[in-house]
Design a protein around this ligand. Sequence first.
Ligand code: PLP
Length: 458
Amino acid sequence: MKYYSTRSRNSPVNFAEAALTGLAPDGGLFIPEEIPPYPAAVRASLGKMDYRDIALETIRPYVAGEIPGPVLEELVRAAYPFDAPLVAAGDRLILELFHGPTAAFKDFGARFMAHAFSWLRRNEDRPLHILVATSGDTGGAVADGFFGVEGISVTVLYPRGRVSPLQEKQIAGLGGNIAALSVEGSFDDCQALVKAAFADSGLRKRLVLSSANSINVSRLIPQAAYYAAAAGRAFDGKTCPDGEATPRARETGTGPRAGNAARFGAAAGQPPAMCVPSGNFGNLTAGLYAMKMGAPIARFIAATNINRTVPDYLAGAEYEARPSRATISNAMDVGAPSNFERMASHWSGEELRRMIRGAWVSDGDTRKTIEAVRREYGYFLDPHSAVGWNAADQLALSGALGAGPLAILATAHPAKFAETVEPLAGPPPVPASLRRVMGREIRARAIPADLEALKELL
Ligand SMILES: *Cc1c(COP(=O)(O)O)cnc(C)c1O
């Protein structure tokens, strides 16, 4: 498969180069030259296949000729020892993307990327240094994904005092090949430091540097797999049993639709609408890939907080990037979503508006939703997933959703955001992955937001 920059079709590269360099030299994002359809036999059995087999079928054509089949199979098995269960809450479906080690969906992209990088660089004798700036979730997923991976070291820069204590332990509690730098400054300062390091010719001569941010195509492609798995199951009218991490209260709520999975059964046999809590729009772009590959998906809902750049665009306005504003769903505080360039390069505005409906949600309504869904269905939503639930409410009211099943992507476990969830819904159950993290000791180096300080440590 060839990959092009969103800004020019002149210099195609292969998967390895697109993945290892991250951003195209002209500043664009890499996109595959085509989005290959699933074979008919795969498409027909998505609802029955094991998650790892779906991941394999999804990724295979994008790395064809570069990663041999048996190797890819091994990478996928190593990356995904956990599932993406589709459970019912009332007559809605929830695609739980938090059963991985850091309890957020970024594990799906980061873990494949880590295993792929390690294999792609197997014959290099110089170690690869990955620099990543994070506002919270990305740093944890990347750190965990690359922990113990041979030939690669990772440096995570995070803003001191501005990530949650749990996130800090995910980033700075590993040690080994993962270095954590607690930067005296904001997330923007961390990002500026990473950019300055990449632009420093002395450093580039001394070290092989790479990045791992969310625009990397090797994080995007594997995310298409959970859409295909969930859409296949929803179409077949099947839900999964609760997993160890499923945040359901023992008593399942008191509302009229509590525990009513049978209502969902009536909508089966039709492709589902899928609602995606969005910030940088990598997750939703992966959903569009799954749909184009042939997964049975009727349409998408782009759910944002008050950073409503894309919902406004989908409602007919000109695309206008804005400064981001802080909310309680902070992993989605993005006013200039970087993956929009990728979406717009694959599809026209008219096509995007046909495939995606947008809605945005205030912090007040996000809180009300967390409280109401716990009370009526006995299910704990984290603030990001609650934005998705409320956006779906808005569109259902306006009749925009059709008669098929409705699946909401739950992008993080509520226990990761207990400080917000607990006052509204009581304490959410804590999954084993997060209990393990809580016992870790933070081993971070404090540095000023200064390139010389960073260079010294590298
Ligand atoms: C990163 C993140 C998002 C936003 O995903 P994008 O791909 O940037 O749109 C939503 N929810 C959580 C919990 C996240 O960590």
